[in-house]
Design a protein around this ligand. Structure first.
Ligand code: MN3
Length: 202
């Protein structure tokens, strides 16, 4: 299987008024994400055991395997970025009732959810990701993962939403200010509609 860069679910300039400019998306989607896809295809081409496997299968089978570290890094980054683009919206920040109710139940309020999510985003030392997942307990949970790691591999829950906290995600718009980038995501960019739809399907 040859993997391809998914199209953004919005135009490349669509988030400019909400704190993520066209240059960021051209670099992040067109260069960074594309490079992971290209590298993954090169690695799969050289490894018969991976040919014909889905992206999800490759992420899971390469996790924690020393000899497949490069495969995991590129497959994980491809999967994580694909979820990240779906986690953004030009109409972001509005939380549908069904998700709001669950955030209140499981975190004690929307503000508490945002505090915990921000703490995860800031607490991830170096590169990584902050996630909203539905744990096997049925409760929403926030987790962070380093580098290319992902709940798809760790089994920490079904992914509803993710924020990329690698520096390449925010340096053009926010320079070194990850806290401002995270606040902006939670209040103006986060696609809670998409997260709510995934919650209903889970
Ligand atoms: Mn990234």
């Amino acid at each position: 299987m040859t993997f391809t860069l998914p199209a953004l679910p919005f135009s490349v300039g669509a988030l400019g008024a909400r704190g993520m400019c066209q240059e960021t998306l051209e670099l992040h989607h067109g260069k960074h994400h594309n490079a992971y896809v290209t590298a993954l295809n090169g690695l799969v081409e050289k490894n018969d055991a991976l040919k014909g496997k889905s992206l999800e299968e490759i992420v899971r089978l390469s996790y924690g395997k020393e000899d497949l570290q490069a495969v995991f890094n590129n497959a994980g980054q491809h999967w994580n970025h694909s979820v990240f683009w779906e986690s953004l919206s030009p109409e972001g920040g509005a939380i549908p009732g069904i998700l709001e109710k669950k955030l209140v139940e499981d975190f004690g309020g929307v503000d508490k959810f945002k505090e915990q999510f921000k703490a995860a985003a800031l607490g991830q030392f170096g590169s990584g990701w902050a996630w909203l997942v539905l744990a096997s307990t049925g409760k929403l949970k926030i987790v962070k993962t380093p580098n290319a790691s992902t709940p798809l591999a760790t089994g920490e829950g079904r992914v509803l939403m993710v924020l990329d906290v690698w520096e390449h995600a925010y340096y053009v718009d926010f320079r070194n200010r990850r806290p401002d980038f995270t606040d902006n995501f939670l209040n103006k960019l986060a696609n809670y509609e998409n997260a709510a739809a995934k919650l209903q399907k889970a």
